[in-house]
Design a protein around this ligand. Structure first.
Ligand SMILES: [Zn+2]
Length: 269
C-alpha cells in the first residue's frame, strides 16, 4: 500500500492530519476496544497503546495527528478508505495479508474510558460504497454467502433524520420549537424540528429510545449537540459554546444520568 499511496504511513493505522482529513485507516488488531460490525465500525483513535499487546497504557488525545484527521473527515464529510489486516480480530478480516473494505463516512466522534481504564478517542464509521465484493454481516452469520446472490447496497451518507415515534412525541410536546433557541422552521405544510437522542442509540452507547432521552432541537443545535460543542448541566444550563438554559416542560422528565453521559463523551466531565 505504501508505494501506491493507498495508505501512506508505515505502522500507524491512520493516514491523515487535522488540516486535510484522513484518507485511509487500517484495522490491524492494535486496539483492544475496536468494534467491527462490517458496515459499521467503532474505531479507536491513535496513541497511548502498547504495540505488542494492543493494551492502552495512557490516555489518547484529540490533538494526535491521526485523531484530528478523523475529526476533520467527519466535519468536512470526507471519505475514508478502510483496510482490514489479518491480525484484526473480526469475521470481516482476511486470513492473510490486507483486504480493502471500501469507502466509509465518519459519522460520530466521542471519548470514553476504554477497557484498560484510559481515555480513548472513538469514531463511528459507516460504509458508503466502493467495495462490490464486500461480505455482509447477515451472510456470514447464516453461512449463505456462497449460495445466494446478494443485493449490494451502495450509497453515500446523507444527513437524514429518521424519526422514531418517541422523537415525534417530544417534538409535538414543544410544538417543534428548539429547546435551546425556540426557533422553528415553518414549512409549507408543517413545522420542522429534530429529535436528538442525548445518549446515542448505537453501540457502544446503547441509549434508549424513550422521551427521557430525547430533546427537541433545531437542525443547527442538533448538529452542535451531536458534535459535543455544547452540553447540558444537570440543572439544564448550557455549557461549551452556548450559554443560557434548556427549555424543559414540567411533564418532560429528562434522565439526568444521560446528560452526564453526553458531557463525559465530549470531555466536559
Ligand atoms: Zn436551536
Amino acid at each position: 500500500m505504501m508505494p501506491s499511496s493507498f495508505h501512506r504511513n508505515w505502522g500507524a493505522g491512520i493516514d491523515g492530519n487535522g488540516k486535510e482529513g484522513t484518507s485511509a485507516i487500517v484495522l490491524s488488531g492494535g486496539y483492544e476496544d475496536d468494534l467491527d460490525l462490517g458496515d459499521e465500525i467503532v474505531y479507536t483513535g491513535a496513541g497511548g497503546n502498547d504495540p505488542n499487546s494492543g493494551r492502552q497504557v495512557e490516555d489518547q488525545s484529540w490533538n494526535n495527528r491521526g485523531n484530528a484527521g478523523l475529526v476533520t473527515s467527519r466535519d468536512k464529510g470526507l471519505p475514508v478508505r478502510v483496510i482490514r489486516g489479518h491480525t484484526h480480530k473480526s469475521t470481516f478480516s482476511p486470513k492473510t495479508g490486507y483486504l480493502y473494505g471500501g469507502i466509509y463516512s465518519v459519522v460520530d466522534a466521542w471519548e470514553e474510558v476504554g477497557k484498560s481504564g484510559f481515555k480513548i478517542c472513538r469514531f463511528r464509521l459507516m460504509y458508503s460504497g466502493g467495495n462490490t465484493n464486500r461480505r455482509l454481516a447477515e451472510e456470514i452469520e447464516t453461512g449463505d454467502e456462497d449460495d445466494k446472490p446478494t443485493v449490494r447496497r451502495e450509497g453515500t451518507i446523507l444527513r437524514i433524520i429518521r424519526d422514531t415515534k418517541m422523537a415525534r412525541l417530544v417534538k409535538e410536546l414543544y410544538n417543534h420549537e428548539c429547546q435551546v433557541c425556540s426557533f422553528t422552521i415553518d414549512g409549507k405544510k408543517s413545522r420542522y424540528a429534530e429529535g436528538a437522542h442525548i445518549k446515542g442509540l448505537g453501540k457502544p452507547h446503547s441509549g434508549s429510545d424513550t422521551m427521557n432521552n430525547i430533546i427537541c432541537l433545531c437542525p443547527n443545535h442538533h448538529v452542535m449537540f451531536d458534535k459535543g460543542l455544547f452540553c447540558i448541566n444537570n440543572d439544564f444550563t448550557l455549557l461549551g459554546q452556548l450559554s443560557g438554559k434548556l427549555v424543559v416542560k414540567p411533564q418532560h422528565k429528562l434522565k439526568i444520568s444521560n446528560l452526564e453521559y453526553h458531557r463525559k463523551c465530549h470531555g466536559y466531565s
